[in-house]
Write a protein that binds this ligand. Structure first.
Ligand SMILES: NC(=O)c1ccc[n+]([C@@H]2O[C@H](COP(=O)([O-])OP(=O)(O)OC[C@H]3O[C@@H](n4cnc5c(N)ncnc54)[C@H](O)[C@@H]3O)[C@@H](O)[C@H]2O)c1
Ligand SMILES: [Zn+2]
Ligand SMILES: [Zn+2]
Length: 370
């Protein structure tokens, strides 16, 4: 069939919205009509070259839609089901899935390979040129072919925008606080970078019972919006927050520091270390340039103060459990998702949406499809 998609042909090029050819879904695949796609910073990392990905590609890895076609033998879904994409697939069978760590599913090893999940089949093309859907999803398209491992059945009555946000950003940010930093009642938590992920981390910390949630962002709009989502204090930089965090903790410093800036660089670790109390936790969630090797860290203080530095992929959680769970918290009014969608865009406005993200105009921009 023919559909329309936002294509990236090389690092630094504009997104090009074009008609593409999509094959029929094969065994283990479904055809989905896209209803909404979130504009995560990670697509920008494909665009700016921070994250090397196979090109040309169909962009987008946050998305939600409705199942409109089934490959031969597919029993996991029915026509009309509503799904949220999962940017890491979960097979349910590998040892990591079986031990409740679906974010580490063995299928993740194929995510940076060209083509589809199974055997690298090509299902997307434009004028005869093969395209790779980003992270096997490609949500910046009116239709998607997904592996059943990359789709999560969700509640039918959740609006598409919120359902798209839990595909990646919200689940990752929330889990960075709740699962990886293990925030508990009365904690002091510092969140560095208050875009889509940071806003979800702030909400997670608040829901987990944090007493102080310190939002750090150079953007005044983000510092103000962080307060609306539950932050108790804000600062423009980690350096600026040292005195404040010291004062609110009687000099002990923060139980955890969560790093969700637009890009993670090695110079951000030492300032996070000095905001963290002895025995405390630094969670590194943001994407760093793929070849980043050098990190500023005071090794003596790190060991002698018994601190922890943890990476965090997809909120250190299992998407098949967490995605419907977060959406039920949204339905119960516990998690603010509508409020995170600052602006919506048509597919043709994808470049404008990313310019707005980089200009700090959005908590999250979302592409909507009619
Ligand atoms: N680990 C994962 O599984 C995972 C999943 C999704 C996204 N990510 C990554 O998380 C990061 C955040 O993504 P996002 O979509 O929330 O981005 P975003 O652009 O919405 O927000 C980033 C925020 O960081 C702020 N910022 C930039 N430099 C800063 C600094 N030095 N100190 C404090 N704040 C700073 C910006 O002003 C902005 O508000 C990106 O690197 C993204 O690729 C990681
Ligand atoms: Zn698995
Ligand atoms: Zn993402």
């Amino acid at each position: 069939m023919k559909t329309r998609a936002a294509i990236l042909r090389e690092v630094g090029a504009d997104w090009s919205v074009e008609e593409i050819e999509l094959d029929d879904p094969q065994a283990g695949e479904i055809l989905v009509k896209t209803l909404a796609a979130g504009m995560c910073h990670s697509d920008e990392h494909a665009h700016d070259g921070t994250m090397p990905v196979p090109m040309p590609l169909v962009g987008g890895h946050e998305g939600a839609g409705e199942v409109i076609g089934l490959g031969p033998g597919v029993t996991e879904f029915e026509i009309g089901d509503h799904i949220s994409c999962s940017f890491i697939p979960s097979c349910g069978k590998c040892s990591f899935c079986a031990s409740g760590q679906q974010n580490l599913c063995d299928l993740g090893m194929h995510l940076m390979e060209p083509g589809m999940m199974a055997g690298g089949f090509r299902h997307h093309s434009a004028a005869g040129e093969d395209l790779t859907p980003l992270l096997k999803l490609g949500t910046f398209a009116e239709h998607m072919i997904l592996s059943v491992d990359s789709a999560i059945k969700i509640q039918d009555d959740v609006p598409a925008g919120p359902a798209a946000l839990v595909s990646c950003g919200v689940t990752t940010g929330y889990g960075s606080a709740v699962n990886r930093a293990e925030v508990t009642a009365g904690d002091t938590v510092v969140v560095v970078g208050c875009g889509g992920l940071g806003t979800a981390a702030i909400q997670g910390a608040k829901i987990a019972g944090a007493q102080n949630v310190v939002a750090i962002d150079p953007s005044e709009f983000k510092r103000e919006s962080a307060i609306d989502f539950g932050a108790t204090h804000s600062a423009a930089s980690m350096e600026e927050a040292v005195e404040m965090v010291g004062a609110m903790t009687l000099g002990v410093m923060a139980d955890s520091v969560i790093l969700t800036p637009g890009v993670l660089t090695g110079d951000l670790i030492a300032p996070a270390q000095f905001l963290t109390r002895k025995g405390g936790t630094i969670v590194a969630t943001a994407v760093a340039p793929a070849m980043q090797m050098d990190v500023q860290l005071n090794l003596f203080e790190f060991a002698m103060m018994n601190k922890q530095l943890k990476g965090c992929l997809f909120g250190s959680t299992s998407p098949r459990k967490e995605i419907p769970h977060l959406l039920s918290m949204y339905q119960a009014g516990q998690l603010k998702l509508d409020e995170m969608i600052t602006n919506t865009y048509a597919l043709d406005q994808v470049n404008e949406g990313y310019a707005d993200m980089l200009a700090n105009k959005n908590i999250r921009g979302v592409i909507t499809f009619d």
